[in-house]
Design a protein around this ligand. Sequence first.
Ligand code: AMP
Length: 360
Amino acid sequence: MRLTQPLPPNSTIGILGGGQLGRMLALAGARLGLKSHIFAPEPDSPAFQVAAARTIASYQDLKALEEFAKSVDAVTYEFENVPGETAGFLETRTMLAPSARILQIAQDRLAEKHFLREQGIAVAPFAAVDDETSLHQAIEKIGRPAILKTRRFGYDGKGQFKIGTLAKPDAAWAEIGKVPAILEGFVDFDKEISVIAARGWDGRAVVYDVPENEHRNHILYRSVVPATIPSTVEKKARDIAIAIASGLDYAGVIGVEMFVAGNEVLVNEIAPRVHNSGHWTIDACYISQFEQHMRAVAGWPLGEPVRHSDVTMTNLLGDDIAHWRKLAAEPGALLHLYGKAEARQGRKMGHVNRLTPRQG
Ligand code: AMP
């Protein structure tokens, strides 16, 4: 289903997934008088704490999904691993944004790479791997070093294995669990950046300034805005994100992760949702990525993505949250905590945005 008219204030947006992204979406929606109904299987989902309604049920529970669809005016999601059947089921009953087709592409690294290539967008060399024979053929074709990645369910470096000059390919295949995969050429990048863009039902797209991202142990550690990249590279990155959003006939916020190598920009991955490297927009912009997404899903006009400050966003992972008092007292530091009870290692517990006056 598609929206023909904007949803009025007091409408309810259904959100699949109850993590910090769902929580920040619900908070941003509340500012606009849009209610959120969170659907998640975990009873202690952080987003429940700030939402108007909740459903605790499995994503496969068709009865619960039916009720959910009836109780909301549109549905979106905060994670890309929503089962395809769930998205398809909801799409026939209510408005789903981004669409089930987009989810299908973004859930499968091979489909994603093919889509990008068809759009004429640069990506690392890649080949499909379905067994040991095709892995050996892929290494012949792509060379080493390369990275073997599962086609599905990979995030924060999970389901990935680097095949260096000496590594045994069969060990890599066993390591990722012998599941359908792709082999990607290793990109000797200078920087990792991402582009956070939003596109409305009317096709209008806006793009935020580009953050430069630093990962530690494959998890985003820090995003710095603006990125220290030439303006030609920044323009290329923005244009790529817009081309992807239009190519997908996208509605909502999209995060596009990219590598910068010299003057070249290669797309690593598309996230069909709000993105961790866009959390700085809450404090450094007048309209955050979360508000932008709720606007897009509700068919409202998008806001201007104006950034008023320079900013560094740092994730608080696991025990980092123990420093909350110090961070709360730090001048210029804007603290966001996600309301998670247990600080497991590497778990995203919150983030802090540090603002400085905008230079240029
Ligand atoms: P991903 O799960 O695809 O986002 O990958 C996680 C991280 O692994 C990226 O942010 C990069 O730091 C690194 N990485 C992934 N793919 C490549 C590649 N083809 N070449 C070099 N580094 C990569």
